[in-house]
Write a protein that binds this ligand. Sequence first.
Ligand SMILES: Nc1nc2c(ncn2[C@@H]2O[C@H](COP(=O)(O)OP(=O)(O)OP(=O)(O)O)[C@@H](O)[C@H]2O)c(=O)[nH]1
Ligand SMILES: [Mg+2]
Length: 277
Amino acid sequence: MEWTTAASLVIRLGKQGYDKRHSIQKYWTRTKAYLDVGRTQVVVTGHANGGKSILVAQMHGRARDWIAEELPRESRMVEVDAISLGEWAKLVRVLPGQTGYRTHGEIEAFEGNEELEGVIHVVNFGYVHPRNPVVAEALIKNDGLDTVEKLRAANLDSEIQTLTALLTDVRKAHVRHRRPKWLVIAVNKVDLFADRRDEALRFYHPSGQGAFSKVLREFQNEVGQNNFPIYVLQACAFETAFNWNGATIDSGLKKQEQVEILREFVETVAVVSEMHK
Ligand SMILES: Nc1nc2c(ncn2[C@@H]2O[C@H](COP(=O)(O)OP(=O)(O)OP(=O)(O)O)[C@@H](O)[C@H]2O)c(=O)[nH]1
Ligand SMILES: [Mg+2]
């Protein structure tokens, strides 16, 4: 079991697969008008407050301009964006984490979309909490999630339900269009569990022993493993201390490590995308 990296893919495929990314079509245009009418090529999903908006923003370096000033608020609409690396560029739609805001985006992104190439599903190893302090307070008081570990346990359970729901959409699209062609599990916020990344990998990897792995494996068995490759990547969109009920968890990454993880993440997604064109 290993994290997927650009280098490991290149070794597995031989160099040819990697070079292909320099010869992609130059259909790309940066105009916002095009972005709004273009069909989604990559869908980004995951829990509310899990880091989807920042991660996507980081995937073409735009984030540095504004992250320093203001972090994104809760997304209430599908965000249309682009991810790019050199000449590789994809039109992305980020589905809001809050299920109530999602319906339209899900339909647009998955149904009848013959352009859909892949899905980036963002997970957090349980390190996520509601933005709304009132909702957070209720989880602590009413649901008894008064420690980070209790919160994580509950989150990890709900991640499995979210994954199952996502795979239902993927299954339908796959039956109709044989798309999306790949799934990236983006294990974000690794700064908060830097020393337990092996554990996280075993938790999320299709060959792992846990419930998340089992759902992935069953899906792959159903559609055929070669028809639907799943890659597990580390991500760290933005180092932030995690605060819950008076407890604080700080980043455990070394200096510059976040930049390196992000660079690797973008490069690996680009290689995955070019491999499965
Ligand atoms: N520690 C840590 N925190 C992160 C990381 N990425 C994002 N965050 C935190 O997560 C918060 C939410 O990020 P967003 O990108 O707005 O999350 P989202 O998934 O778009 O959330 P919704 O729009 O509600 O669906 C940010 O304010 C950051 O503080 C990360 O890699 N590490
Ligand atoms: Mg968002």
